[in-house]
Ligand binder design. Structure first.
Ligand code: GDP
Ligand code: IMO
Ligand code: MG
Length: 430
């Protein structure tokens, strides 16, 4: 029995979805604990591509229980769409397969409207959010005005909360942002219908996890976004609105820290970022362009091109610290095939100082210059390799350098988007 947390070590899109799908083979419950449909997790199974924004990436394995924890912000229309799409593919999502916390906060139409209005007003200073209402929903949670999933089951209570919220949100939308106000009655009907549809799935996720844990089940916690998009530890303000680090698996699902045994960080073999914010190892040249094209680096949620650059071990090492990583899972190694000379940023030069962690302050990051080491590339197609010992010597050298610089062992290497395009060195559930 083991309970494992998977998180992204960079700025998201590291391949967490693929990794969670792979590890689900030996897990019993798969739990999302933060974020919402700002996430886009892509799985390729038997040549077919699935993108999930809310449903945990374990859903394609029959017989496994997927859970959405209290720390998630949930847009019911998006969840229902994902459920319907799976049903149409012959994989109905029953209440035996999906459990939603009664205490998960609901993304309301005014959250989306405010997210877009705020970004629009910021102009050049915008964060580049996904526009899904994530930030405004978490704001309401913290200011104690939020609507939670169980509120959608009670007309009177929902009406009162909506009335109170809309008074304030419509004032902002109309008077401050110059946008159209929203209508309480139509929102009430729409969200009550969502409540009715989703009520069989609502439960106490924390209690369900305790039961599963006591029965000796393997629990797998699926992070969204990446460590450097964390609201506290990321490149603030160019971050998302939740804690993306492993510690939040406990708060966002309702499980204690002593119940977590392994934390694995997913590391893309290079670095990408969507939206604004600092990115010291960014490549604005043809190598960055080649990474984007070959890696298909276009957002799974918004379709925006992802910014690309060399692997930055100052970024990864900071993630080792913030998440207490037990080990690494390196993905998209195949994308580097054919680049004659590879670079890894091993530290930053900051004035006369050499630092090995990314500082959280924007001003300090701006003063950092990447110090890179060069590694010879490889030409051979590695996407068919399934054993570490069959990798080309230069690929092994690259991976060994990553392992050594991070100071934690390699568990898995991914050499293609497909579930089977994987080399497993250590399995966290064995
Ligand atoms: P996530 O948000 O961390 O789950 O990552 P995304 O799914 O947004 O982005 C990762 C993309 O890379 C997806 O399109 C995956 O199908 C793809 N992918 C994952 N692992 C590999 C790999 O090892 N090689 C290649 N070429 N693609 C991969
Ligand atoms: P996955 O789980 C990459 C980024 C947005 C923006 C910032 C804030 O697929 O790795 P938000 O809508 O959250 O308020 O936007 O965070 N962002 C992501 N970038 N992958 C993600 O998720 C992201 N989720 C949010 O682009 O810069
Ligand atoms: Mg993604």
């Amino acid at each position: 029995m083991a309970n494992v947390v998977i998180i992204g070590t960079q700025w998201g899109d590291e391949g967490k979805g693929k990794v969670v799908d792979l590890l689900t083979q030996k897990a019993d419950c798969i739990v999302r604990f933060q974020g919402g449909n700002n996430a886009g997790h892509t799985l390729v199974v038997n040549g077919r591509k699935y993108i999930f924004h809310l449903i945990p990436s374990g859903i394609l394995h029959p017989g496994k229980v997927c859970m959405i924890g209290n720390g998630v912000v949930l847009d019911p229309a998006v969840l229902i769409q994902e459920m319907d799409r799976l049903r149409d593919c012959g994989m109905p999502v029953t209440p035996e397969r999906l459990v939603i916390s009664r205490y998960t906060h609901v993304i309301m139409p005014y959250h989306r409207a405010l997210d877009l209005a705020r970004e629009g007003r910021k102009g050049a200073h915008r964060i580049g959010t996904t526009g899904r209402g994530i930030g405004p929903c978490y704001e309401d949670k913290v200011c104690r005005g939020g609507i939670r999933m169980h509120d959608l089951l009670h007309r009177k209570a929902l009406r009162e909360k909506l009335k109170r919220n809309l008074e304030e949100k419509n004032f902002l939308l109309e008077r401050f942002f110059g946008e159209k106000p929203l209508d309480a009655a139509s929102i009430e009907e729409e969200y009550l219908a969502y409540g009715e549809r989703l009520s069989p799935y609502l439960d106490n996720v924390s209690m369900r996890l305790q039961d599963a844990d006591r029965k000796g089940c393997n629990l797998l916690f699926e992070g969204a976004q990446g460590t450097h998009l964390d609201i506290d530890h990321g490149t603030y303000p160019f971050v998302t609105s939740s804690n993306t680090v492993a510690g939040n698996a406990c708060c966002g699902a309702g499980i204690g820290p002593t119940r977590i045994h392994t934390v694995l960080g997913v590391v893309k073999a290079y670095t990408t970022r969507v939206g604004g914010g600092p990115f010291p190892s960014e490549l604005k040249d043809e190598t960055g362009e080649a990474m984007r094209e070959r890696g298909g680096e276009f957002g799974a949620t918004t379709g925006r091109p992802r910014r690309c650059g060399w692997l930055d071990m100052a970024v990864v090492n900071t993630s080792v610290r913030l998440n207490g990583l037990s080990g690494l899972i390196v993905t998209k190694l195949d994308v580097l095939t054919g680049i004659p000379s590879l670079k890894i940023c091993v530290a930053y030069k900051c004035g006369n100082e050499r630092i090995q962690a990314i500082p959280p302050e924007l001003e300090a990051i701006e003063a950092c210059e990447p110090i890179c080491e060069e590694f010879p590339g490889w030409e051979n197609d590695i996407s068919r390799v399934r054993r570490f010992s069959d990798l080309p010597g230069n690929t092994v050298r690259y991976l060994k350098a990553v392992e050594e610089l991070a100071g934690v062992p390699l568990y898995v290497v991914s050499v293609g988007p497909g579930r089977e395009e994987t080399i497993v060195l250590r399995h966290p559930f064995e």
